[in-house]
Design a protein around this ligand. Structure first.
Ligand code: FEO
Length: 396
C-alpha cells in the first residue's frame, strides 16, 4: 500500500516479509526487509531508487496508483546494488526517455549491472536539480557502503534519502519509526551497522560531520530499507555517530566450537571467570549460531574470547567464517584471548592468538590449552583466563 509522506511525495516500495538471507546467504534477515522507493510528483516526476528484481511489477503497479509510469522524467539511482536497482530495467521500459541520475561511480556500477545505454546524468556533492517547486540536492557518500553510494535530499520538504545508510532489514506493516517496537527497530539498525558499516566507521563519522555542517533542515530520513525516521529523525544520526566511534561496552563474548565437548566445558569455565568478576558475557557455539548475530554481539563487546580444539594442525573449519569477519570488519578497541583442547599437536590456541593479533585485537592473557578432556586444573585455568580478561575489560 503506497503511503504519502508529504504533499506529492510517496513511498512506492515493497515489503519483503519472506526473505531470510541477503547478499546470497552472507547476511541473515530474521525480520525480512523492505525495499523503499520514493516517487516525487512535481513539475517533473522523479523516482528515487527502485526495488529488488522480483518485486519490479509491484513497484510499477504502486507507481501507477499515483501517476502513469510513462510520466517519470528522472530516476535517481543512489546505489547500484540490485536490491535497489533491480526494478530499474522495468521502470526504464515504461519511461525510456527518463534520465538516470547517478554519482560518477554510479555510471560504472549501473552500466556494469544492466549493460544498457540509458541517458545518464552524473552528479556530485552540492549539485542540484530543480524539479519544479522543489530542488533535489545530492551528497556523494563513497564507501557507505559502495563506491557509488550517494544521498539525495529533497529541499523544501527536508527529506533525506540516504539509501542504505540509517536503514534496517525490518519488514513491518508500518512505515514510520514512531509506529514500531523500538527494541526491534534498534536491534535491526544495530545489526545492519555492525555487519555492513563497521569497516567504514571513520567515513561514517566524516560524512555525518559533513552533512551536519550543511545545516540542511531534516524533517525525515527515508532510507531504502526499513522504516522512515520521522519522529526525532536525527536520533539515528546520533546513534550512528556513537556506533562509528566503536567504544565497546564492558562486556565479553565467547566464541567456540567443540568436537567432544571438551572445548565447550572450557568455554563455560571462561564464562564463569568473567561472571565472577561481574562482566556480562554471551557464549556462542559458532557451528550452531547465526553468524550475523554473533557479529552484532562482537561489535558491542570489549573482549572477544575464541576457543577451538586443534584439528589437522589448525582450528575447526566451522570457526573460519567468524575469524574472517574479525579480520574483514576491522573492529576497533577490542581485546581478546584464546583457549582450546587438543590430543597431540595442539597448535589451535596459538593460531587463534596470532589471528586475533593480526585483526588488531590485543591478546591480554596467555591462552589455555587442555590435553584430551579438560581436568579440574585445566578448568580452573580457564576460569582464571576469564578473570584476567575481566580485569582487562575493567581497566582498559
Ligand atoms: Fe547496498 Fe541495500 O544495498
Amino acid at each position: 500500500m503506497i503511503v504519502e509522506l508529504a504533499k506529492g511525495i510517496y513511498w512506492v516500495g515493497v515489503v519483503d516479509w519472506a526473505i531470510r538471507h541477503f547478499h546470497g546467504r552472507e547476511l541473515s534477515t530474521h525480520r525480512g526487509t523492505t525495499y523503499n522507493s520514493y516517487l516525487l510528483v512535481d513539475d517533473k516526476v522523479v523516482l528515487v531508487d527502485t526495488v529488488s528484481t522480483p518485486f519490479q511489477d509491484a513497484l510499477i503497479e504502486n507507481i501507477r496508483e499515483v501517476v502513469a509510469p510513462e510520466r517519470i522524467n528522472i530516476v535517481v539511482a543512489n546505489h547500484a546494488e540490485v536490491d535497489h536497482s533491480g526494478g530499474l530495467p522495468a521502470v526504464m521500459r515504461h519511461a525510456p526517455n527518463a534520465t538516470v541520475v547517478v554519482s560518477k561511480r554510479g555510471v560504472e556500477s549501473v552500466e556494469g549491472h544492466y549493460h544498457k545505454n540509458w541517458k545518464f546524468q552524473t552528479v556530485q556533492t552540492g549539485d542540484k536539480i530543480n524539479i519544479g517547486k522543489k530542488d533535489l540536492v545530492f551528497v556523494e557518500a563513497p564507501m557507505l557502503h559502495w563506491p557509488d553510494s550517494m544521498f539525495t535530499y529533497l529541499a523544501g520538504d527536508g527529506i533525506l534519502m540516504p539509501n542504505d545508510a540509517f536503514g534496517q532489514h525490518y519488514a513491518t506493516s508500518h512505515r514510520f519509526n514512531d509506529e514500531v517496537d523500538q527494541e526491534e527497530l534498534y536491534e535491526e539498525a544495530l545489526k545492519y551497522y555492525a555487519n555492513i558499516l563497521t569497516p567504514f566507521s571513520k567515513l561514517v563519522t566524516k560524512k555525518i560531520e559533513e552533512l551536519l555542517a550543511l545545516h540542511l533542515p531534516v524533517q525525515m530520513i527515508a532510507p531504502s530499507h526499513g522504516v522512515i525516521w520521522r519522529k526525532n529523525p536525527l536520533q539515528i544520526v546520533t546513534k550512528y555517530q556513537e556506533w562509528a566511534a566503536q567504544v565497546p561496552e564492558r562486556r565479553a563474548v565467547i566464541l567456540y566450537d567443540t568436537m567432544w565437548e571438551g572445548t565447550r566445558r572450557m568455554a563455560e569455565a571462561v564464562g564463569d571467570g568473567l561472571a565472577g568478576e561481574g562482566i556480562p558475557h554471551k557464549l556462542f557455539h559458532v557451528a550452531a549460531s547465526d553468524r550475523n548475530d554473533i557479529i552484532t554481539e562482537v561489535f558491542k563487546s570489549r573482549a572477544i574470547i575464541v576457543g577451538s580444539p586443534t584439528l589437522n594442525n589448525g582450528v575447526l573449519p566451522t570457526l573460519t567464517p567468524i575469524l574472517e569477519d574479525l579480520r574483514g570488519l576491522k573492529f576497533q578497541n577490542k581485546i581478546g584471548a584464546a583457549f582450546g583442547s587438543y590430543g597431540w599437536s595442539g597448535e589451535g590456541v596459538k593460531l587463534i592468538e596470532e589471528h586475533l593479533t593480526r585483526c588488531n585485537i590485543r591478546v591480554v592473557a596467555p591462552g589455555v590449552r587442555a590435553k584430551w578432556q579438560p581436568k579440574a586444573g585445566d578448568l580452573a585455568e580457564c576460569k582464571k583466563l576469564g578473570r584476567l580478561v575481566a580485569a582487562a575489560v575493567t581497566t582498559a
